[in-house]
Design a protein around this ligand. Structure first.
Ligand SMILES: [Cu+2]
Length: 249
């Protein structure tokens, strides 16, 4: 029924703007409804058998031109301000590249050791207590709290979309293009999103799980991840394939 709790300043602004618009829309709708009601009751053929022949009223015409312009300006100004906040990436503390693939996400950390790993959905039967169905991923994207995370987003095969509602992030992952967005998570915890562009049969099974942790935990995670997801690029992939072991990605 409502927006997810916001965990970033951008999402907080999105929520404020949303509720502001809701009031504007409600006021306009109510006003029009009241006018219609007055017309129905007071100006129907029975109560008003001889209608007025008035065709022009300058003050009213000026008012119904000026007032909508003022309303539109009152919507446009905060709307553009929000758009610019979303699109103008502040100086980042770290960069993460998210690649949408059929049907999972890969995350790489170019300025933290340049490792890359895949993040796949956990099947329903493998869920641990408390893990949400269809949203839990085996390897979460881990980010430090209160840091500006610059996210590079691209697609490897078809168009996907990287979206995490609580962080106010949603951007298309287009093959051959590098889109960018950012967020600053201000709440610790795990936040979930889903691919938001129809991308094939398993479109609904490629969740995005972002775990926000303290700085020290992030450093520890990076150190582990560097070993866990290490790829040795000096070894050609077919060496592994021939030996019967899975080749590095
Ligand atoms: Cu997708």
């Amino acid at each position: 029924m409502d927006l997810q709790d916001s965990a970033s300043p951008v999402m907080a602004d999105v929520a404020i703007f949303h509720y502001y618009l809701l009031w504007v829309i409600a006021a306009i709708s109510l006003f029009v409804l009241v006018l219609l009601g007055i017309i129905v009751v007071r100006f129907n053929a029975r109560t008003n058998p001889t209608p007025s022949r008035t065709t022009h009223n300058t003050p009213i015409e000026i008012a119904w031109t000026i007032i909508p312009v003022v309303i539109l300006a009152a919507i446009a100004v905060p709307s553009f301000r929000l758009l610019f906040t979303e699109l103008d990436v502040p100086t980042p503390d770290l960069t993460i590249k998210a690649t949408g693939k059929q049907w999972f996400w890969s995350y790489s950390y170019p300025d933290n050791g340049n490792f890359e790993f895949d993040s796949l959905m956990v099947a329903e039967k493998d869920l641990k207590p408390g893990q949400p169905r269809l949203l839990t991923a085996d390897n979460e994207m881990v980010v430090p709290i209160n840091k500006v995370v610059h996210v590079l987003v691209t697609g490897a095969d078809v168009i996907h979309s990287f979206a995490v509602p609580s962080l106010g992030v949603r951007i298309d992952a287009v093959p051959g293009r590098m889109n960018e967005t950012w967020f600053k998570a201000t709440v610790e915890g795990t936040f979930y999103g889903q691919c938001s562009e129809l991308c094939g049969k398993d479109h609904s099974f490629m969740p995005i799980a972002v775990r926000v942790v303290k700085d020290s935990d992030f450093t520890a995670w990076v150190n582990d991840a560097k070993k866990k997801y290490a790829t040795d690029e000096s070894v050609p992939p077919n060496t592994f394939a021939a030996a019967g072991t899975p080749s590095p990605r």
